[in-house]
Design a protein around this ligand. Structure first.
Ligand code: ATP
Length: 498
């Protein structure tokens, strides 16, 4: 309405000036130039100071809607008590908590935690991302930071709340070490403004503001951001453990028709290394596969297939030709057999179905959170990696290019043995020993393990052949079936000895 009035007044004014004989040309030129400037600056985002306003939300999200992550949830709740009871905190002379930094791999629920924090503390929630503040024009980022805090206050007043939580995702984009960017003046100004705003947060304001930021790379952040009095709480949001994975799966399947044969605990134990986002996608893929199968409910086999799909990608339509299938079966059976012989119970599944870039693969039961490895554990891993090519050697008299990836990983583990002082050379500095000696010691380790792997394969050729035949017929064998197959052999052996 105001705009229309202004527009009418301008037209009226101009008409009057024209009527009394005033030359309007200079005014018209200035007007046109003004409109052009306005359009250009709008297009370049110069006036888009409050672009994040779109995401001001009344957060109804609760901590109960987040699976696992018990420690981060607890830490956040504790920190939020200071915000909720800010008056008591101020009476005790406690300075307000200004920032909480959530760090951890992608998809682990950092954004969800920030949303839940807003719900928990009944605060206005503003979410934005570090990249929203980066413009090539100097000063725009800083202006946007000022605008962000202002919007938070204004929205809290509008919604009659006395708290606001500002969430900045990818804070590393805006809070990287100063001086490290090429156009560093603009970056530095933006970060400086953020520091100024954070320093300005006190207990005495009507509206308490808490900044929650998230990053996958806390190492990139400027130390000024991390010093006490700014982001003085760092909460680590790690990949979920088995119990966490089960809780997340339960959350994401609660609105889906699960069959009675579904065993989410089994899926949770098979998904080591999955983030919350992976698990959400798994539940979704399971439902899609069930729909494709025209099944009214999601069965365990759909969920298992979804796990494979997420690890390796979509199943490829074209089945490998018979020769290739045979070689892939020989290769994968070799990995699986040696894995079971060296670490009984370690194989979860072997398949020869082409998916993504893989022609076949063996999925292992992962031990949770193993941080240290002994020399023999590393050697076993190398033997399992070498087993595919050695199995091809033993049964097809020739290796193929399919083992390139295995060899690369085996080489990395061998180098780890040497660099961590576990080789015959003892504690050495890898940089200081001659390259030729380093090469020779790696070769010696690999040759020795190759011999040992060959022996395991030769001693179990019959079992290997049986695994290959089943793989070719059924395309996959699960760990239990594989162990049963190997048991038969052991029983026969025991009977012969008796
Ligand atoms: P990024 O670092 O990539 O921004 P993030 O850690 O902020 O990721 P979110 O955006 O919070 O991750 O999570 C992405 C999606 O993954 C969520 O929308 C949710 O579906 C799912 N998710 C992640 N963690 C959990 C969890 N703990 N419980 C339930 N769902 C989760």
């Amino acid at each position: 309405m105001k705009k229309e009035l202004l527009f009418g007044a301008i037209i009226g004014g101009l008409s009057y000036l024209a009527y009394i004989g005033y030359d309007l040309t200079p005014l018209l030129i200035i007007g046109v130039m003004g409109v052009v400037l306005l359009v250009i600056s709008k297009r370049n985002g110069l006036l888009k100071i409050n672009s994040y306003q779109k995401v001001v939300e009344k957060s109804k999200f609760k901590f109960e809607d987040i699976g696992g992550q018990e420690t981060p949830k607890q830490e956040l709740k504790e920190a939020l008590e200071f915000l909720i009871k800010s008056r008591q905190a101020s009476q005790m002379g406690i300075r307000p908590l200004k920032g909480i930094l959530l760090t951890g791999p992608p998809g682990t629920g950092k954004t969800l935690l920030a949303k839940a924090a807003a719900g928990y503390s009944d605060a206005v929630f503003l979410a934005t991302s570090g990249s929203e503040f980066i413009e090539m024009y100097a000063g725009v980022g800083a202006q946007r930071v000022r605008g962000l805090f202002k919007t938070a206050r204004e929205n809290a007043v509008k919604q009659k709340k006395n708290r606001a939580i500002i969430f900045i995702d990818e804070i590393d984009v805006l809070g990287g070490k100063r001086g490290s960017h090429t156009s560093h003046l603009e970056y530095d100004q933006t970060l400086n403004q953020l520091l100024v705003e954070m320093d300005g947060l006190t207990n005495n304001e009507d509206i308490q503001i808490l900044l929650i930021a998230a990053t996958n790379r806390p190492d990139l952040l400027d130390t000024a951001l991390l010093r006490p009095g700014r982001f003085d709480r760092q909460v680590k949001v790690d990949l979920p453990d088995k119990a966490g994975r089960l809780a997340i799966l339960k959350l994401h399947t609660r609105n889906k028709p699960l069959d009675s044969d579904c065993n989410l605990a089994e899926i949770a134990s098979e998904t080591y290394g999955f983030s919350g986002a992976h698990l959400e996608s798994l539940a979704n893929e399971g439902a899609i596969l069930a729909l494709r199968d025209k099944s009214g409910t999601i069965k365990q086999l759909h969920l298992k297939e979804a796990v494979d799909k997420i690890i390796l990608g979509e199943k490829l339509g074209n089945r490998a030709n018979r020769q290739v299938l045979h070689r892939v079966a020989v290769h994968e059976a070799g990995h699986a057999l040696v894995s079971e012989v060296l670490n009984p119970g370690s194989v979860q599944q072997v398949t020869v179905t082409s998916r993504g870039n893989a022609l076949g693969y063996v999925r292992h039961n992962q031990k949770e959170d193993q941080q240290l490895y002994t020399k023999s554990e590393l050697e076993k891993q190398i033997m399992i990696l070498l087993a595919g090519a050695i199995s091809e050697d033993a049964l097809l008299q020739e290796r193929s290019t399919g083992a390139a990836n295995d060899f690369q990983k085996a080489m990395q583990l061998t180098e780890q043995i040497v660099s961590t002082g576990l080789s015959r050379l003892g504690v050495v500095s890898v940089e200081k020993i001659p390259k030729s000696e380093y090469y020779l010691i790696c070769q010696e380790i690999l040759k020795d393990l190759e011999e040992k792997t060959k022996k395991v394969i030769d001693d179990n050729k019959d079992t290997l052949t049986r695994i290959i035949n089943i793989l070719k017929a059924k395309e996959k064998i699960n760990g239990t079936e594989l162990r049963r197959l190997m048991e038969v052999d052991r029983e026969e052996e025991a009977a012969i000895i008796a």
